[in-house]
Design a protein around this ligand. Structure first.
Ligand code: ADP
Ligand code: ADP
Length: 226
């Protein structure tokens, strides 16, 4: 758990596209921030910079008191959940969840304990030996959540995690995500196209437009003053 601070953050892609500029966001410890805005406004770019999947060309990103601009994704103590789940198809659910911890050298007993706990929270206990292809979309997304949870990271990043699910499942999964996040108290930055999803999930909403923060505030504040 930690604060996540973006100060004057900008991104100019090679070739000159200025995707993000002058973004200041202070995310409190345990806060759930949802990032919305039209296609092409820079949401993915911003998230990917926080994750370390894209270099930062201006400004600073801090997780807690660590400046993370130059750190590899693995060193940032952040877990990201992707729209396409990004599961390893040849690994079981258990191994998908354990993979990141194994790479970090977490002791076996501790891995087993954390995976069991996450599986319990996500009601995946009976699927631990299955491969992702034998799961439904909602179950796959739960595995992706499980993989993030077991890391016990300082922050979660969500890149439209529910976009590939049908409408009904989207509603139940978003409640699940919110409950889990509140229970774990993990600082979260969540990107979505879906206004209802944003309203339901956000402590505060950030509206991006043309790579800049247009509005930031509680959901009702933001949608009352469009
Ligand atoms: P969003 O996620 O809000 O749809 P993106 O962050 O994907 O927005 O894109 C923001 C802007 O940056 C767009 O103009 C997009 O075309 C551009 N862009 C995104 N990725 C790249 C890239 N790898 N190289 C060059 N331009 C990019
Ligand atoms: P989304 O809107 O969901 O971010 P996009 O279709 O905009 O998806 O982007 C898909 C991928 O293509 C991303 O990895 C993004 O960085 C890259 N991309 C987007 N726009 C450009 C661009 N103009 N040039 C190069 N890569 C781009």
């Amino acid at each position: 758990m930690a604060q996540l601070t973006l100060k004057g953050v900008g991104k100019t892609y090679a070739g000159g596209v200025q995707a993000v500029s002058g973004v200041d966001i202070d995310i409190a410890d345990g806060e759930f921030i949802v990032l919305v805005g039209p296609s092409g406004c820079g949401k993915s770019t911003l998230l990917r910079m926080v994750a370390g999947l894209e270099t930062v060309t201006d400004g600073d990103i801090h997780i807690g008191d660590r400046r993370v601009n130059q750190l590899d994704p693995a060193e940032r103590d952040i877990a990201m959940v992707f729209q396409n789940y990004a599961l390893y198809p040849h690994m079981s659910v258990r191994d998908n969840m354990a993979y990141g911890l194994k790479n970090r050298g977490t002791p076996k007993a501790e891995i087993a304990e954390r995976v069991a706990e996450a599986a319990r929270m996500l009601e995946l206990g009976q699927y631990l030996d299955r491969k992702p292809r034998a799961l439904s979309g909602g179950q796959r997304q739960r595995v992706a959540m499980g993989r993030a949870i077991v890391r016990q990271p300082a922050a979660f990043l969500f890149d439209e995690p529910l976009s590939n699910l049908d409408a009904k499942l989207r509603v139940s999964m978003r409640m699940e995500i919110r409950k889990l996040q509140q229970r774990l108290g993990t600082t979260s930055l969540y990107v979505t196209h879906d206004q209802l999803e944003a309203m339901t999930l956000a402590d505060r909403l950030v509206v991006l437009n043309g790579g800049q923060v247009e509005q930031i505030g509680a959901p009702l504040e933001v949608y009352r003053n469009p």
